[in-house]
Design a protein around this ligand. Structure first.
Ligand SMILES: C[S@@+](CC[C@H](N)C(=O)[O-])C[C@H]1O[C@@H](n2cnc3c(N)ncnc32)[C@H](O)[C@@H]1O
Length: 341
């Protein structure tokens, strides 16, 4: 019997205090409570989560968004069992221990302005930093007493923001055993910062949003010059991966009208650095606004849709280190069956 471990171990929070067991999209955006209002113990064993755990222990996931979750949709063709874990004796509908994995909303501070994320460089004001530090010390850190993995940073950039770097430093000071899962654009993920932050032995999973294979395309997406720095950092990070200090290294690629022609090349690019290549389609989040129609090459109405789907039939996407989002997988199946017909 295999189970989604997140229901028994993990907690993710939004800036407004909403609490989720995993990415909010994957659980159809329903929150379990609000950390600024409710007691954490009550959220962690609330009725909704107890029901989700009961169902999961019977192999059912009725509350999850199967179209978005890469585990439930067997993303990239990987077998479901590889992504689920064994049921441990401590996995009960009511959990007596606190989560071992937390993802926090640190800040939107970032050194880039991705075309599908924001139009300007965002840096927090002093007051916002003060308010976060207050929450961090009084609300988040106490919840983290059992945490061994801290996920940083889904909204801003772990290395490209002075603020996030400080949070990493402070967390290590309070919990010296802590390890990290980090998502970054990689432009500032330099040897200097990794060493300064004492992160060399602490990153168990590093996801780098790259979205390109050339400086020109990289600039079109990130809208800052960082390709050369990124390549230098990738050399260093892939060395850490080779010696086992960063066991999981993922290169991310959000497919849109600006970069889809480079998808196959990206598979080779990732393999050169010993990394996985993860693809997902641009999504219509708030920040994309009126650019979405032009960017969403995966939409049937897009002028490049047919050529894009054809490209997905390329056997290179079968390589072991490649993961496609559920939607891209579906389009790939369509492309292959059309090719065979
Ligand atoms: C908001 S970023 C923050 C972390 C870090 N700065 C980075 O670039 O990975 C998190 C991830 O969301 C992706 N993302 C942002 N907006 C998106 C959108 N509209 N559709 C799909 N992915 C998006 C980014 O490419 C990145 O991989």
């Amino acid at each position: 019997m295999k189970v989604c471990w997140e229901l028994f171990n993990s907690i993710e929070m939004g800036t407004d205090g909403s609490v989720y067991v995993c990415c909010e999209q994957r659980v159809s955006k329903f929150s379990l409570g609000n950390i600024f209002r409710d007691k954490f113990e009550d959220i962690w064993n609330c009725e909704k989560l107890i029901k989700m755990r009961e169902a999961a222990l019977q192999g059912k996931y009725p509350y999850c968004n199967h179209g978005i979750c890469e585990k439930l949709s067997r993303g990239g063709g990987r077998k479901r069992n590889e992504l689920f874990t064994n049921v441990l004796p401590s996995y009960k509908p009511v959990m007596s221990s606190f989560p071992t994995h937390v993802a926090l909303p640190i800040a939107r501070d970032c050194n880039a302005k991705c075309i599908f994320c924001r139009d300007k460089i965002i840096t927090s004001e002093k007051e916002q930093i003060k308010s976060f530090n207050n929450k961090f010390n009084n609300i988040y850190l106490p919840i983290m007493k059992n945490v061994n993995i801290f996920t940083v940073n889904d909204m801003g950039d772990a290395f490209g923001s002075k603020f996030s770097r400080q949070v990493i430093e402070n967390t290590i000071k309070r919990y010296p055993q802590i390890k990290f899962k980090i998502m970054t654009n990689g432009i500032c993920a330099s040897e200097k910062f990794i060493k300064k932050l004492d992160l060399e032995n602490r990153i168990i999973e590093l996801a780098i949003s790259i979205n390109a294979t050339t400086a020109k395309t990289h600039y079109k997406i990130f809208r800052v010059r960082g390709w050369k720095l990124l390549l230098k950092n990738l050399e260093y990070l892939s060395q850490l991966n080779k010696i086992g200090e960063i066991p999981y290294l993922h290169f991310k690629f959000v497919v849109c009208s600006k970069n889809w022609k480079e998808m196959a090349k990206f598979v080779k690019f990732a393999s050169k650095y010993g990394a996985n290549a993860d693809f997902w389609e641009v999504r219509n989040y708030y920040a994309v606004k009126n650019k979405y129609e032009d960017l969403a090459v995966h939409n049937e109405t897009h002028k490049d849709f047919d050529a894009f789907v054809k490209l997905l039939a390329n056997p290179i996407f079968d390589e072991k280190h490649v993961t496609l989002s559920p939607l891209l997988m579906k389009l790939r199946k369509k492309a292959i069956s059309e090719k065979e017909a």
